[in-house]
Structure formats: C-alpha cells, structure tokens
Design a protein around this ligand. Structure first.
Ligand code: ARG
Length: 464
C-alpha cells in the first residue's frame, strides 16, 4: 500500500519501488513512530479535530499493533517489502486492523514532520543509553587508575620516552577525555529534545494543532519555533555523529596505545584471551583484535558524519528525499558505538599490567634528565645552561652505557667541575624514578598524591 497514489495513473516500477523504500532500515524507528502517533491522535481528539471515540479507536489499535509488529519482528516474520517506509507500514496495518477510521490518524500531519519526530525520539533514547555506557566506562577507568597511582611508567612525546609518570595518571587522561564526550552528548541532548511535530509538510497546518501538548506528551522540552526548520533540520543528527566521532577518536587513540603496550617490544600489558584472537598460521600469536577493530571502526563513524554532511550541504528547504540518507549511517554508528562501549571496559578490566616492565622502562633512557636540569636551575644556574650541562652528562653516561643514577662521584665531579659542588646524596634522591614522578606535584601532575587527590574528587561524579 502507498500513502499516495491519487494523482498517479501508472504504478511505480518495481526496481524504483525498492530503491525508494526505507522500511528495511527505518523499521528501527517502529516504537518511536507509534509513540509519536499516539501523542498526535490524543491531541486530535482533545482538540475536537476528530471525535473522542475515533481517537480512542485509533489509540487502542495503535497499541495492539505495536505489540503485534514487535512480535513479528522478533520472530523474523515481518515482511519488510510490504510497505515503503515505517510510516506507511503502521498506517497500512492499522487500516487492516481498525478499518477506514485509521485514515484519520494522519490529519494535520505529514511524513516530513513525522520522520523528523521519529528521529529525535530515537536519538534521545540512544543518547541516554550511550551516556550511561560512557559513565560505566569512566568508572572502570577511574577504578583502574586508582589501582595504579604508584605504578611508574614512561610518558612519551614523539613516541620517545620523555618523563616518568604513572599508569594511573595515563589512564586518568582518558578518563577526562571520556568525561568531555559525556558532557558533549549531554549538551547535544538539549538540541535533540525539541519537537518538530505539527510542522506539517513544511508550513504547519490549517488545523488547530496543539503543538505544546504533543511536545509535552512526548517529553520534549518544547516545540520548535519554525515549521520549515522543523522538517528540514538534521543538525541534531550531525551533532550526534560529530560527538560520537570524537568519542571514537579517543577510543582509537587508546586502542593504539593498548596495541603498542601489548606488543613484545613494550610488554607493559597482556590482554586476556577473551579479547584477543589467534593467527591461522603463526601458533605463537595473540592478536589485539578488539583494540584494532575499535581503531578501524572509528573510520566508520567518522565516515557516517562525513557522508551526512555531504548529503545535506546543498539541500534547499524544506524536505528532500536526500534526507532519507540520514538513517543508515546513524543506525550503524549507534550500534557500533554501543557495542564498543560495552566491550571495551571488559578488555581493560581483564588485562594484566606488568608493573616491573613499566618501571624498568621508566628507569632507562634518561627520563630523569629534566629532573637534574631542574635541580641545577633551582641551585641558581640559568635553566638554559643547566640544560646544556645535563645534555653533556647524558652523552657521557650513554657512552659508558650507564643511566645517570649509575654515574659515580668522579664522573659527577668532572661533569660539574667549576659549576656546582657535587652532593651525591641529593643526586641519588632526585634521580630516583619515584622521586622524579613525585616532584611533579603541580595540579594535574603525575605525583602519587596528586593523582590520588584527583581520583578522590572525581568519585563524586558517580554519586546519583
Ligand atoms: N522515508 C522517508 C525518510 O526517511 C520518510 C519521509 C518521506 N517524506 C516524503 N515527503 N516523501 O525521509
């Protein structure tokens, strides 16, 4: 059945029919479509646009239909070629169920405001789910960071060992990235949560629709202020995809690190068997596929954002069929993000952390060189000069295949001659890796105490 056809003499070609159809994917909107229809018909009855008894019949029919369709869907019995889109399916099946009165449901409404409404209801639910998943993920990161506030590891710039920090401090960096993603989803919700219902095809309606009533009934903050905007706006989808892309970028960067840390060259962590896979030819291998797929799938979500931006960029107002292309990429992104958010924390919780390897790596490669330069600077030597002296010390130690803390009194005396008196006890103190980390006690720094303070403070984020 088609929702149109009065002015057509010939039928639509079969291929065109398939090309045009969106039911195979907008079936995802089933519950939202019915929810929106229920609010609309309730309003039509209240306003006397249709009679109360007609409204009641339609409401009852819609409720029964919802259960039937969900059951068919679950049992894989729903034929997705029977209608053009979800809106046509519901109306067709409602007509079969309650007869001609079903035709009154669409009074004062267009599929244009209907689809915009469905998308907002859908995305509002998905955003809430995703926020809850991010929060649970953040909790895992915070707990893990709490277990590793004293697990010293190298910090990197240019993927070169730079300065020592802790694994807890490193994990906290991701915690805060995810916290911002959470906040961005929360902010996006404000713009999702506006009702376009009653915008009609583009120019509102000649019926006295109570748009504030339907908005309230559906839990929206308000009804949109311009009907043309209401039906043509897909910013809320773009914004969602942009926020999701940013989240995926963060998870992709974390994945890259997980992959590195899990490699024999680092051996900082060992991923659990459940979240790795084997090789069909090399029996010794345990591949970090989950992390790799997350890194790979970030391209997919970013791709959906790009696709929709390109789809929308040249569209005149208001509705154009191009807008039907707002769905598949979004649905795919939502499913991808949700699955990843469920799996990832499990991988983190089950990985083994090799503290010794991390510490050893932090103790090799002159990560304490800055500490030494800071010490000399604190003793009054201009930092530039101190930098130069330490540079020489590093070269000297490297040539002897030693770390700075392994240099002896004689070595120091020759390096510091005419500059400062050698205080071996002090040198030993500042060059120890834990001391180096703990001396970085600036707000947000890696010092054990500071990381613990931040973690304790962040716990309140989870008080509900
Ligand atoms: N399936 C369409 C979509 O997803 C529904 C809106 C159709 N509106 C129209 N005027 N043809 O965008």
């Amino acid at each position: 059945m088609k929702l149109w056809g009065g002015r057509f003499e010939g039928g639509i070609s079969e291929k065109m029919d398939r090309f045009n159809a969106s039911l195979p994917f907008d079936i995802n909107l089933l519950e939202y479509d019915i929810e929106g229809s229920l609010a609309h018909v309730k309003m039509l009855g209240r306003e006397g646009i249709i009679s109360e008894s007609e409204a009641e019949k339609i409401i009852l029919g819609l409720k029964e239909l919802k259960a039937e369709l969900l059951e068919e869907l679950e049992k894989d019995k729903l034929d997705l070629s029977q209608a053009e889109d979800i809106h046509s399916l519901v109306e067709m099946r409602l007509t079969e169920k309650i007869g001609a009165v079903a035709g009154k449901l669409h009074t004062g409404r267009s599929r244009n405001d209907q689809v915009a409404l469905d998308m907002r209801l859908y995305l509002r639910d998905q955003t809430a789910d995703i926020k809850a998943l991010i929060k649970a993920f953040m909790k895992v990161l915070l707990e893990l960071a709490g277990e590793h506030t004293e697990t010293v590891m190298p910090g990197y710039t240019h993927l070169q060992r730079a300065q020592a920090l802790t694994f807890g401090h490193h994990l906290l960096a991701y915690y805060f990235k995810l916290k911002r993603d959470y906040e961005r989803f929360e902010d996006a919700e404000k713009r999702i949560n506006v009702s376009p219902l009653g915008s009609g095809a583009l120019a509102g309606s000649s019926f006295k629709l109570d748009r504030e009533f339907t908005a309230k009934e559906l839990g929206f903050a308000r009804a949109c202020e311009n009907s043309l905007d209401g039906v043509s706006d897909r910013d809320f989808v773009l914004e969602f995809l942009a926020v999701a892309s940013n989240l995926m970028l963060h998870l992709s960067r974390l994945s890259e690190e997980i992959i590195l840390w899990n490699a024999a060259e680092f051996s900082f962590i060992e991923l659990a068997d459940q979240y790795t896979t084997g090789s069909s030819i090399m029996p010794q291998k345990k591949n970090p596929d989950l992390a790799e797929l997350v890194r790979g799938k970030s391209g997919r979500v970013i791709g959906s954002l790009n696709q929709l931006m390109i789809t929308i960029k040249g569209l005149p107002l208001a509705y154009n069929k191009d807008l039907q292309e707002d769905k598949e990429g979004l649905f795919d992104s939502v499913a991808t993000v949700k699955l990843i958010l469920e799996l990832y924390p499990e991988m983190l919780k089950t990985m083994k952390v090799n503290k010794e390897k991390m510490k050893k790596a932090a103790e090799t490669g002159f990560l304490n060189a800055t500490e030494l330069a800071d010490y000399l600077a604190a003793e009054g030597i201009p930092f530039r000069k101190a930098h130069q002296i330490v540079g020489k010390a590093v070269l000297f130690a490297a040539e002897k295949d030693k770390e700075l803390e392994q240099l002896n009194l004689e070595d120091w005396q020759s390096l510091f001659s005419g500059i400062i008196e050698v205080d071996q006890k002090k040198l030993k103190e500042i060059l120890a890796v834990e001391a180096a980390v703990n001396s970085h006690a600036t707000k947000g720094g890696p010092a054990f105490k500071e990381t613990k303070r931040v973690i304790a403070e962040e716990r309140s984020f989870f008080d509900d």
